[in-house]
Design a protein around this ligand. Structure first.
Ligand code: ADP
Ligand code: MG
Length: 264
């Protein structure tokens, strides 16, 4: 059984890509076979895992437009994670897909052709709620929403939750909303905590633990083409490891995910 997890938030800079790369490395570290799918035409996930999008012959664009099979575009990366890369061509896939019936199901159908090759597929959604994100949510068993702990973090959350609920009604009744993952968290002030309490209150959205602390190691890691788990141990890597362990216990044993409120 393959579990597909979409990481989505139409806001940019909330650590979607960082979460996909770091969580993938952590799950691979737990012995899972992990595939990540870059659905952002910017190709940041592709780049951060050591591949230059400008030099690639084929990518998720060819998969979504029916020119390649997903197996043919999968790349290996340093940390034992397999990658379906994105290039700027993906910006044009949206227009092609919009002309097609069943356009929301294209990624789901492609992932299904992989059979049991992977235990977990993580989908890095772009910062929009367009047809690419709809493909990610339609292909997914569950969605995780990284939320940067800053003022106005809640802007757009309502719209995202409405999209998730529409996907549940129309293209993917089995989609589970795991909750918000606090990112860029600063434990030294009460501000991050207040923001999270506000979002949880307003939307009844579960907030997961552990929060991912803000640390400079993430910027250093993505510039080096490796994830934050590859280098010296640090509190960012440790938080993603803990999240990976919680997810595995949730998927394998049905254990409840730890919530932020419960760990205060
Ligand atoms: P998104 O994919 O949502 O646009 P990214 O994952 O690209 O967001 O992250 C945006 C920026 O924030 C990147 O420069 C990344 O290195 C940085 N970043 C992400 N998580 C953290 C963190 N926990 N601490 C510090 N910087 C982070
Ligand atoms: Mg991104």
């Amino acid at each position: 059984m393959t579990t597909v997890l979409a990481v989505a938030n139409q806001k940019g800079g909330v650590a979607k890509t960082t979460t996909v790369a770091s969580l993938a490395a952590a799950l691979a570290g737990l012995g899972r076979k992990v595939l990540v799918v870059d659905l952002d035409p910017q190709g940041c996930l592709t780049f951060s895992l050591g591949h230059n999008p400008d030099r690639l012959e084929s990518s998720v664009h060819e998969v979504l437009t029916g020119q390649s099979s997903i197996r043919d575009v999968v790349l290996d990366t340093e940390e034992g994670i397999s990658l379906v890369p994105a290039t700027i061509d993906l910006a044009g896939a949206e227009a092609v897909l919009l002309m097609r019936p069943g356009r929301e199901f294209t990624l789901k159908r492609a992932i299904a052709t992989l059979g049991d090759d992977f235990d977990v597929v993580l989908v890095d959604c772009p910062p929009s709620l367009g047809v690419l994100t709809l493909n990610g949510l339609t292909a997914a068993d569950a969605v995780l929403v990284p939320l940067q702990c800053e003022t106005l973090a809640h802007r757009g959350v309502g719209q995202l939750l409405r999209t998730v609920s529409e996907v549940q009604q129309i293209t993917n009744p089995d989609l589970t909303l795991l909750g918000a993952l606090p990112t860029l968290y600063d434990s030294r002030t009460t501000h991050s905590r207040d923001v999270l309490a506000d979002v949880a209150d307003r939307y009844g959205l579960p907030v997961l633990a552990p929060p991912i602390p803000r640390t400079v190691r993430f910027a250093e890691a993505s510039a080096s083409g490796a994830t934050v788990l590859a280098g010296r141990t640090n509190k960012g890597a440790q938080a993603y490891r803990e999240l990976a362990e919680n997810l595995v216990a949730h998927w394998d044993e049905g254990r409840e995910l730890r919530s932020f409120a419960a760990c205060e």
